[in-house]
Design a protein around this ligand. Structure first.
Ligand code: SAM
Length: 283
């Protein structure tokens, strides 16, 4: 049904959540039906709401982390392109990702032998298990290890050749997460990756954060990675509705990729290629 009633409706703040992006004079609003949970964890403010049309909504420090309706795009694009481009992604590390959506997608790949998820805040995983159980259905997979500590410290202590793919599913580059976007962090990831290892990190909005994407690509290259590619995809409830993930290759960027033999909702062979097309203003 078309949104024929799109209009300048005045939003009742009791019934609507709005995330405002002041630097871009823009906001996103979601109609709420119920507040489900709120907690000030040792690291961040955690909130969960039920919405009228987007399922459950998780906020961290007032920012949308995921909704039940559209998280599949992000979690598939943060995992399948990199895993399919690596010839044998047996050892995977996820830094951040406490909602477990990326973990679920990684474990769909039979070739993966173990995946270690390291999130700063165990309360995020607790809340996801309670309010987004569909994302946590693989948490008890014997291949999965869930740890709760600072990912920056963890990777600095990781041995060389520990991982084939590292996925950095973190919040925006602020506070405890800022160091997850640094050259030093990328250098530590490079060291802990195997010979043809791949790093993939969420890299924000191409429209709102062009300079951040460029600087991440430069830092990854300066950290020693041989090639860097950014994936572009829609993400309705993130700033601008257009998102990205940047992949860095320790070896040569693979031209071939394995196809998935399990169900996905967004990712497929065509998307794998199309997502790597670089918009003109980002070249
Ligand atoms: N998809 C979301 C996005 O793009 O903003 C990210 C979701 S995920 C829930 C973000 C996670 O990053 C949070 O659970 C948070 O605890 C974690 N995080 C932030 N800083 C971290 C750090 N230094 N080490 C490990 N995890 C961190």
């Amino acid at each position: 049904m078309l949104n024929s009633d799109r209009n300048r409706m005045k939003l009742n703040s009791d019934k609507w959540f709005s995330e405002v992006y002041p630097d871009d004079g823009c906001a996103l609003s979601l109609e709420l039906s119920e507040k489900l949970y709120e907690e000030q964890t040792p690291w961040q403010k955690l909130e969960v709401y039920q919405t009228t049309k987007f399922g459950n909504l998780m906020l961290l420090d007032g920012c949308v982390m995921l909704t039940g309706r559209d998280n599949f795009i992000y979690h598939e694009m943060m995992t399948h392109p990199a895993l399919c481009m690596h010839s044998a992604p047996k050892k995977v590390l996820i830094i951040g990702g406490g909602d477990c959506g990326c973990l679920r997608e990684v474990l769909k790949h039979p070739i993966v032998k173990n995946v270690h998820q390291v999130d700063l805040d165990e309360r995020v995983t607790w809340a996801s298990e309670k309010y987004f159980p569909e994302l946590c259905e693989s948490n008890n997979d014997p291949r999965a290890i869930l740890s709760f500590t600072d990912g920056v410290v963890f990777i600095e202590q990781a041995a060389g050749n520990s991982y084939d793919v590292i996925i950095v599913d973190s919040v925006d580059p602020v506070g405890q997460a800022a160091r997850l976007y640094s050259e030093e962090f990328y250098r530590a990831c490079y060291s802990s990756l195997s010979e043809n290892g791949i790093l993939v990190a969420q890299s924000e909005s191409p429209l709102f954060h062009r300079d951040l994407i460029k600087s991440m690509q430069t830092r990854m290259a300066d950290a020693g990675f041989n090639d860097v590619t950014t994936l572009f995809f829609p993400q309705c409830t993130y700033p601008s509705g257009w998102w990205s993930a940047s992949m860095a290759f320790k070896g040569s960027k693979p031209l071939n990729y394995r196809t998935v033999d399990f169900n996905t909702e967004y990712y497929n062979n065509d998307i794998h290629l199309a997502a790597q097309a670089v918009p003109q203003f980002l070249r």
